[in-house]
Design a protein around this ligand. Structure first.
Ligand code: SRM
Ligand code: SF4
Length: 565
């Protein structure tokens, strides 16, 4: 066992610094107080992640020297925001960030381009809005996902409440966050509560790596639940939540050329009633805490523990830790992922509006003043903003009376509420990659829209224009836009070069597989042309692209490019 206390000498540097400063305070407050400082020390760059921050630099500007900026990620359980919270975030993007809000694939919002001198105020104001950034990143439980769409079952509200309960229960307890960001002082180490602090749940060295939880209500898998370390799959009978099937061991991240790392979908291990979800969450989290690999951060996720020790072992450990016995999993089926665009009735009779946001980037441009329009909605209407894991936003709880006014407001800003996105664009995801992400090997958010246009044209020429293919792109293999669950994915290898993965399905219950390893931008469409043509000709009635490629192309002899992978 590799528990925090018994972790051997081979542990990573991250483990050593967590053990040395379990409050996670580092020297963050001192850096913030120094008007001359524009960056954090190397160790503090690890601590600030637990506070929801990343130090980055604008990679477009590197030739003229590094300009340090921060990325700040909110912690927004289930992605639900009040109008006042939206207003705060909208203001802060303009006054403290780069003028945009980036909706993430985990129902949160990121600010990019925050300079050191603005950081303290930004985080304080997020907290004043009653949201937080604590544990948005770092070796802890991250933002907990919940299904955002209020159209199918009243049980959605109970499931959302459970999501918030779990998120609260797994929050790290250090006082450093409050001292640094709210009080604006160094953590008082003369106070024994701080001096001898060890987190009661996480222990001295927290988790070996990040930990992710999602709630979902079948048949819509709109959160990609099986890509999470822990999934709660709601079982709803007669509009009532009766419990959850538990899924463990999902994750997307991998590294090029390292077979020890791979994407994995979570295994369903049994059923529990809603009153036991906190026990289960803590049991699975501590399983990761105690058995995760603390010597190799690339191999430190729970999915590797589950894969290597086996599901039977994991189920028994979780049962023992939670003090329960799982019932057999109840039948459930996922038929599709994705969001609903446009106006739809909620189960309570009110309305919600699904708004498409290309790659989650909320901004104004010449054609469409999307950011301003959302801001004005938050100023004028008592609605709820719900962020989706597909990087979109829903305006929920709209009354009959307000629907028309919201339509008018959006139209006045060039925002469509019908036919908002073509099928490929509407189902696509791209991670931020360049210029902010320090790990990007290739473009993603800035590159995918143009590629989608070319692919849609190819689909039309091939004879299936107007149909959807779920396309996802990431600038590196870490998997932030969950590419390995897409029907067609592009994973960055080097500038202008991508791997092509084929074969995911509509419900995100099957991983795709590598098809081509290193395709240059100008070769992408020519490589896919024969595939699209064959798909149009050979598919069975109603057969999706991912299902067809999984059944055909991927079982044919490997091309030289794939063989070299
Ligand atoms: Fe991610 C690291 C962006 C969801 C797997 N992710 C990063 C960093 C912080 C880069 C870094 O470490 O320096 C990226 C910041 C880029 C930037 O400039 O903003 C980053 N990840 C994102 C976001 C913003 C992508 C997006 O398009 O929205 C998502 C923020 C979610 C949130 O609000 O919490 C985001 N990241 C994901 C997901 C999807 C999910 O959770 O459903 C995954 C795959 C699922 C998983 O965890 O397995 C994901 N991100 C990673 C990894 C690989 C972890 C691994 O197991 O190996 C890294 C690399 C790392 O942690 O060292 C990473
Ligand atoms: Fe950065 Fe890679 Fe994540 Fe994209 S997938 S945001 S390039 S870490």
């Amino acid at each position: 066992m590799n528990s925090p206390e018994t972790a051997g000498p081979k542990v990573t540097h991250n483990e050593a610094i967590k053990a040395a400063i379990p409050t996670l305070a580092g020297t963050i407050a001192a850096t913030l107080a120094d008007p001359a400082s524009d960056r954090f020390s190397d160790d503090d760059q690890q601590f600030i992640k637990f506070h929801g921050l990343y130090q980055q630099d604008d990679r477009d500007l590197r030739k003229t020297g590094k300009k340090f900026v921060m990325m700040v990620r909110g912690r927004i359980p289930g992605g639900v925001m009040t109008p006042a919270q939206w207003r705060t975030f909208d203001d802060l993007a303009d006054t403290h960030g780069n003028g945009t809000l980036r909706i993430t694939t985990r129902q949160s919002i990121q600010f990019h381009g925050v300079v050191m001198s603005r950081l303290g105020q930004l985080v304080r104001r997020i907290n004043e809005s009653l949201l937080s950034t604590l544990a948005a990143c770092g070796d802890v439980n991250r933002n907990v996902l919940a299904p955002p769409i209020p159209a199918f079952t009243a049980a959605r509200e109970t499931v959302f409440a459970d999501c918030v309960r779990v998120a609260d229960e797994l929050r790290p307890q250090t006082h450093a966050y409050h001292a640094i960001w709210i009080e604006g002082v160094q953590l008082d180490l003369s106070n024994p509560a701080n001096k001898d602090f060890v987190d009661p749940l996480y222990g001295r060295t927290y988790l070996p790596r990040k930990f992710k939880i999602a709630f979902v209500i079948p048949p819509l898998n709109d959160v990609d639940v099986l890509a999470n370390d822990l999934g709660f799959i709601a079982i709803v009978e007669n509009e009532c939540l009766v419990g959850y099937n538990i899924a463990v061991g999902g994750g997307m991240g991998r590294s090029h050329g390292n077979d020890q790392t791979y994407p994995r979908l979570a295994d369903v291990i049994g059923f529990v009633t809603p009153d036991r979800i906190l026990d289960v969450a803590k049991a699975v989290l501590t399983l990761h805490r105690d058995f995760g690999d603390r010597a190799d951060r690339k191999h430190a996720r729970l999915k590797y523990v589950i894969e290597e020790r086996g599901v039977v072992w994991a189920r028994a450990e979780i049962e023992a830790r939670a003090g329960l016995q799982f019932e057999p999993a109840r039948p459930h089926v996922f038929t599709r992922q994705g969001d609903l665009y446009g106006w739809h009735r909620q189960v309570d009779g009110r309305w919600f509006l699904g708004l498409f946001v290309e790659s989650g980037r909320v901004k104004d441009d010449e054609k469409c003043r999307f950011k301003t329009a959302l801001r004005q909605i938050s100023d004028r209407f008592q609605v709820e903003f719900r962020l989706t894991t597909n990087q979109n936003v829903l305006i929920a709880n709209v009354t009959d009376a307000d629907r028309e006014a919201i339509d008018r407001l959006l139209a006045g800003h060039g925002v469509k509420t019908a036919d908002q996105a073509s099928p490929f664009h509407g189902a696509a995801l791209a991670c931020p990659a360049m210029p902010t992400c320090g790990l990007a090997l290739a473009e993603s958010e800035r590159y995918l829209p143009g590629l989608l246009d070319r692919l849609e044209q190819l689909a039309a020429e091939s004879g299936f224009g107007g149909e959807e293919i779920i396309v996802r792109m990431t600038g590196c293999p870490n998997g932030c836009a969950r590419p390995y669950a897409a029907e067609l994915a592009f994973v960055g290898k080097a500038p202008g070069r991508y791997q092509i993965w084929l074969g995911g399905n509509a419900g995100s219950t099957r991983l795709n597989r590598l098809w081509k390893d290193n395709v240059k931008d100008p070769d992408i469409v020519p490589e896919l042309r024969p595939v699209f043509l064959r798909y149009a000709k050979e598919r069975n009635a109603g057969e999706r692209f991912g299902d067809w490629t999984d059944r055909t192309i991927l079982n044919e002899p490997a091309s030289p490019a794939t063989a070299a992978a």
